[in-house]
Design a protein around this ligand. Structure first.
Ligand SMILES: *Cc1c(COP(=O)(O)O)cnc(C)c1O
Length: 354
């Protein structure tokens, strides 16, 4: 990349939908960004074109062997401005994921420039209702038509955009979790800390199982001992124990969430004590039972904070904080989202204009 971005204008634009009624990830904007990689030329032909289907070979490397990684972030409307929250963290992580899957790195600054150019073109797509935003999905996949097992020679980097409806009920409606002790999401040394498409494929069966049993999310245990808590669904997990905030320490199989990192920084700034430690499921359960754990919540870009009100372990249900959002979760959620939407001072330099 580094070159000027070619823009191919659309002949006509789509009608803007009523954002409050759309389902996540079903509606896409008028334009997308793409760039192509070859070993000879690196990343080239950065282009913004109308959003359209791709033409791909049936022997596509990423279909057969899964070299495919992605990112997820959001753009927020603040008056006439469009705000991004720590986008450089997403492209840094994209590069870590690319490295882990033997894929070529992108230039982080060029990627942010491309994203901003795309957003300028699509600014009318950034919704401004409560909790609404424009979801940004950058992704890279191998596109060499070749069935041999080795890294692909060629790749594509795309960015697509999709408006997000915000919340239907209250923002912090508690969810329920099922502690999964059969399937694991990732193991140390694997690709659990990369945002790889394959991690999601590995998680779907347990997610379906949890849903069939009446729970919304899976609580993942570590893949080696199946004893230490790792994540909840595709969010990092936090809990409040004797007034202190605790989250599992990064261990190579946990995804390094940008929300996780930012919640830790914000909580410390606000005067909370935050501990990153290995958490045994038995200690966690004991804390829930004796009330020393007063709140549990997930953290990720999609919901920011998602309180957990009900948990199933070994066929027994436990209710956390009367199935209500806790004070710490509310405090952090409010502060965090006010910063994201530019309504509160940002002492961290997290927010930037697109
Ligand atoms: C993306 C993701 C998260 C959350 O990361 P954020 O950067 O906070 O959105 C957590 N766990 C998994 C498995 C993920 O894929």
């Amino acid at each position: 990349m580094g070159q000027t971005i070619q823009i191919e204008k659309a002949n006509s634009l789509k009608e803007k939908p009523d954002v409050s009624n759309i389902k996540f990830g079903t509606v896409f904007t008028d334009y997308m960004f793409s760039s192509h990689y070859t070993p000879e030329h690196g990343w080239e032909t950065p282009t913004i074109t109308p959003y359209k289907n791709l033409e791909l070979s049936p022997a596509l490397q990423s279909i057969h062997y899964g070299q495919s990684v992605f990112e997820g972030l959001k753009a927020y409307k603040s008056g006439d401005d469009i705000l991004l929250f720590r986008p450089e963290e997403n492209f840094k992580r994209l590069n870590r994921s690319l490295e882990r899957l033997s894929m070529p790195k992108i230039n982080e600054e060029d990627a942010i420039k491309a994203l901003k150019e795309l957003l300028q073109l699509e600014k009318d797509w950034v919704p401004d209702g409560p909790g609404q935003s424009l979801y940004i999905r950058p992704f890279v996949f191998a596109d060499e038509p070749f069935l041999g097992v080795r890294p692909s020679r060629t790749y594509r980097f795309l960015i697509i955009l999709s408006p997000v409806a915000g919340y239907s009920g209250a923002a912090l409606d508690p969810t329920s979790i099922y502690v999964e002790d059969e399937y694991v999401r990732a193991v140390r040394g694997g690709i659990g800390n990369a945002k790889a498409a394959g991690n999601y494929a590995a998680s779907l069966l347990a997610q379906q199982k949890a849903n069939n049993l009446g729970y919304e999310q899976v609580l993942w245990l570590d893949g080696v001992h199946q004893e230490y808590i790792e994540e909840v669904g595709s969010m990092n997990i936090f809990f409040v124990r004797n007034g202190e905030i605790v989250t599992p320490e990064l261990n190579g199989s946990i995804l390094e969430g940008i929300t996780r990192k930012s919640i830790i920084e914000l909580a410390e700034y606000k005067g909370y004590t935050v501990k990153e430690e290995r958490v045994h499921i038995d200690d966690f359960l004991k804390g829930v039972q004796d009330g020393s754990i007063s709140e549990v919540f997930g953290a990720g870009t999609a919901a920011v904070i998602s309180p957990i009100g009900r948990m199933n372990i070994h066929d027994t249900d436990y209710i956390i904080n009367d199935n209500q959002p806790g004070d710490v979760a509310k405090d952090l959620y409010d502060h965090y989202t006010e910063i994201q939407y530019g309504r509160l001072e940002d002492p961290f330099g997290w927010v930037q204009k697109a």
